[in-house]
Design a protein around this ligand. Structure first.
Ligand code: NZQ
Ligand code: ZN
Length: 381
């Protein structure tokens, strides 16, 4: 095991009805003005908005509404939110939504208490924020595990860049699987595939032998696949939704990453693809993963063999990657670039730009160069 420090900042309230329990225990600790932040309106349709409002009013809070946080949240939206927090003297941010809402709020929280621009601070000066407006997260679409850490993924449109910005971790998170029941089926599966990807990318990073992080990652992968298959039979299977919600949290709460390096090269390619196309995160990963893994198969043959056996019950590394590709098809997720919803036509020129601007993970299983990344992306066409 590599050396590490593990601390965990977020109290998790899991299960049906846990928002009431969480608010009862948490809201007395924060000031009176709460920013209720959400996305494009799903929570208004499914009743979660009204439920949040009632609970906040019962707790004696004044509500400042902040809506319209889009999938793949933008830097401009972060700045708009931070301005509102300052103007209205917000004491607490309640993020209610999927990964996009939670991520946007994590960075709003940090930006709101900074004099300087947070992107410049992190990417020019190399410093991360140390404080922010306290926040909580109510998860309505699971998969990213965004509620479990301080890292956010933000699209900076002017820079045509999508990547990590550190913000503030939620003090508490509400994980109520019932809130996910109105998520459209394709988003449910895309989110779950994102969870699978997180565990695979963590597992494929360098680790020493018989590392418990590897074993845990394989267990999360297997459980995610089993429960995604249950959803293919019955998309309303609450037990499966519930299992997937905790898989999502487990994959990103840091436990799988202890004492090891991680890969996350597929994520780097997908994020930059998202910067150019605004494609759905889980679906972009579904297109990229099998092709990327065929490229790096020879660099981690033992790991891929173990993955094949433990996750898909097949015997060889090659068969494991093909089982992953078949599973993506079985779920009805996109398998080619042309199947992704994109704001521009995905041409070789676009993919060249993605390859030339995405982050390259230096260590594992093998450092790719930009031409090979372009080759991988072209093979996804
Ligand atoms: O905007 P609303 O109206 O809420 O609709 C959303 C959105 O259209 C909808 N939705 C959410 N809850 C719903 C619902 N629809 C009906 N009923 C509900 N209960 O679902 C759509 C997608 O939501 P979004 O939050 O964008 O999805 P997801 O949770 O997959 O988040 C994706 C974002 O998270 C980033 C991705 O890059 C992307 O920007 N990630 C964040 C990570 C992190 N912070 O750790 C890690 C990930 O690797 C990922 O990069
Ligand atoms: Zn992801």
């Amino acid at each position: 095991m590599n050396t590490f420090i593990f601390t965990y900042p977020t109290r998790v309230y899991f299960g049906e009805g846990s928002a009431k329990q969480a608010f009862g225990a948490e809201l007395d600790k924060v000031g009176g003005t709460v920013m209720l932040a959400y996305g494009g309106g799903s929570i208004r349709k499914n009743g979660i908005y009204d439920e949040m409002k009632t609970l906040l009013v019962q707790a004696g809070k004044t509500i400042v509404d902040f809506d319209g946080i889009m999938p793949n949240p933008t830097y401009a939206k972060v700045q708009e939110g931070a301005k509102l927090v300052r103007e209205k003297h917000v004491d607490f941010i309640l993020a209610v939504g999927g990964g996009s809402v939670v991520d946007c709020c994590k960075v709003i929280s940090a930006q709101a208490v900074l004099e300087e621009d947070i992107w410049d601070m992190e990417y020019v000066q190399g410093k991360n924020p140390t404080t922010g407006i306290p926040m909580g997260a109510v998860v309505t679409a699971s998969g990213t595990g965004a509620e479990m850490n301080a890292g956010a993924v933000i699209t900076y449109e002017e820079k045509i860049w999508k990547g990590p910005i550190f913000g503030t971790a939620a003090a508490f998170a509400v994980l109520d699987p019932a809130y996910t029941m109105s998520v459209p089926p394709m988003q449910v599966l895309s989110g779950a595939f994102d969870t699978l990807s997180h565990a695979m990318e963590t597992y494929l990073g360098n680790s020493d032998q018989d590392n418990v992080s590897d074993d845990l990652a394989l267990a999360v992968m297997r459980n995610t696949v089993v429960n995604m298959r249950r959803l293919l039979v019955d998309i309303n299977d609450m037990q499966a939704r519930s299992n997937l919600m905790w898989d999502s949290a487990m994959a990103e709460n840091g436990i799988l990453k202890c004492g090891r390096l991680t890969d996350f090269q597929a994520h780097q390619m997908e994020h930059q693809l998202g910067a150019y196309t605004d494609c759905n995160h889980g679906q972009g990963l579904a297109v990229i993963h099998p092709v990327y893994y065929r490229h790096i198969l020879k660099d981690a043959p033992d790991k891929f063999t173990r993955f094949a056996k433990m996750v898909f019950d097949v015997d060889t590394a090659e068969a494991g990657i093909e089982a992953l590709a078949d599973f993506i098809k079985e779920c009805g997720l996109p398998v080619r670039m042309g199947e992704l919803k994109s704001r521009v036509e995905i041409t070789p020129e676009v993919l060249r730009k993605v390859a030339d601007t995405c982050n390259i993970i230096k260590c594992n299983p093998r450092e790719l160069d930009r031409d090979e990344i372009y080759e991988i992306l072209m093979e996804c066409m």
